[in-house]
Design a protein around this ligand. Sequence first.
Ligand code: IMP
Ligand code: MG
Length: 183
Amino acid sequence: MIDAYKKYLSEILIDEVTLQERVQALGEQITRDYADLDNLILVCILKGGVMFLCDLTRHIHVPHEVDFMAVSSYGKGARTTTRNVRIDMDLTTHLTDKHVLIIEDIIDSGHTLQSVMHLLETRRPASLKLCTLLNKASRREVEIPIHYIGFEIEDKFVFGYGLDLDEKFRNLPFIGVVDTSQL
Ligand code: IMP
Ligand code: MG
């Protein structure tokens, strides 16, 4: 039972050590970049971003807040530029005059984050940047600025470390590629 994920795993794409080293390096980079700025807030996009947020925040050595937001996109899978996102759970913090850094698990088409960034922009933050653990650049349908990227990956469906396979296996400490013949 403990190895229930194994039948869905075709290969480990990013192992635990590699992940943790990269997350630490990102945290150090963010620490340097925000060293002279007050009012940093990490906005984690639930649920996928939560593992990344928890590890990253421990490597950011400037005072900062964290808050959470859950979104889901309409018409998922439909290749249209008119897709929009629904806010399932909003932030509890006001963003006005804060330096906002969005923490996301993966950018695929870019629609979700484009909508989130447009929404957060209307709340008048001092700055708004985006940090994603994974980037599937080949899948991009809309241009969005990404300021911090953990890893560039190919167009493969992945799970683990926050990313789900049918809502499960977010707790795996590595990023695995799904064996689609098992779905
Ligand atoms: P986008 O709007 O197409 O950029 O959607 C990004 C969202 O799709 C992410 O936040 C994930 O929730 C989900 N997603 C995209 N690719 C994967 C994947 O390979 N594994 C798990 N979730 C994914
Ligand atoms: Mg996500």
